[in-house]
Design a protein around this ligand. Sequence first.
Ligand code: NAP
Ligand code: ZN
Length: 346
Amino acid sequence: MRVHAYAAPAAGRPLAPTTIERRDVGPNDVLIKIEYAGICHSDIHTVNGDWGAQPFPVVPGHEIVGTVAATGADVTRHTTGDRVGVGCMVGSCGECANCRNGDEQYCVEGMIPTYAGTDRDGTTTQGGYSTHVVVDADYVLAVPDGLDPAAAAPLLCAGITTYSPLRRRGAGPDRRVAVVGLGGLGHMAVKLAHAMGAEVTVLSQSLKKREDGLRLGADHYHATADPDTFKRLRNRFDLIINTVSAPIDVDAHLRLLAVDGALVNVGAPAKRLDLNVFSLLNGRRSYAGSMIGGIAETQEMLDFCAEHNIGADIELISADYINQAYERVLASDVRYRFVIDVATLG
Ligand code: NAP
Ligand code: ZN
């Protein structure tokens, strides 16, 4: 079927309305009528060529919420009318050790990204800035009833990307967690770490968003532009989640970790990050990374958010505002996720 979409025609070029083809619904497929699509900084990195060549035209969008419009004959998990979500991944081999372990995002054959990836049939995947999408049912999440669907869209990437390292590294009572960067991922990290019971500190470039940070659940808020911050907070944190989309001073942040503390990088800047190994040796510290989460883990995160009444703080926009939204994200002027009202896209 032919559907409306917004696509970037080439690297660094503004997105424009277009139409794209969606495949027929196969036996294990779900046709989703998209209601909301979040704008992730990864969409911008991709479109701007930060991560290398892309198969343009690219329809970004991997924070998708909508309703099931049709299902293939073999689909049992989802039925027409269900509210569902799709994140950053629409396929993986399903057979390798990582897939069997629930880490489909680390599939040894390579997971199939929701956009700008190569699908099983050889076509290029196209993402959520469109009215409909056809997805393998195994990669479709159930969005719990209690969640506002527009505020739930960003959970599919920003939510799971921060939930996974927080959970796996024991964020909870008596643990001091710092979140670097208060954007889309950062504000979710604050909400989630707070709900898990941790003591949460925001490290933002300035104090401009301090009130917001405290309202979102942070206990403390400091500006990284103030050199004093790095002196005062030395050896303080058990876990630091770095969500910054640009390079940071890794050593300065590592020195904020207590013994055995870990700095988990989820930000994915275009440029390399480097560090002095003594920042790790001194304090048995770890420097780690993490990419989204597995399918079961993503469902667990959605259920956790429903239980704790957590959604993203969003600015709902119409499709013709996408390019301006990109500019504002690049200027760190996002509070705290732009979500496209896909009804404006047709
Ligand atoms: P975002 O909304 O733009 O948030 C990034 C925040 O980083 C900004 O709001 C800003 O916070 C801070 N920042 C930006 N430029 C900075 C600079 N030059 N120096 C210091 N701080 C700066 O982006 P996002 O959507 O949350 O994504 C963040 C990063 O994570 C991107 O690189 C994205 O590609 C990546 N990502 C990774 C995964 C994964 O699986 N690992 C998943 C999704 C996204 P303050 O104003 O508070 O300083
Ligand atoms: Zn994303």
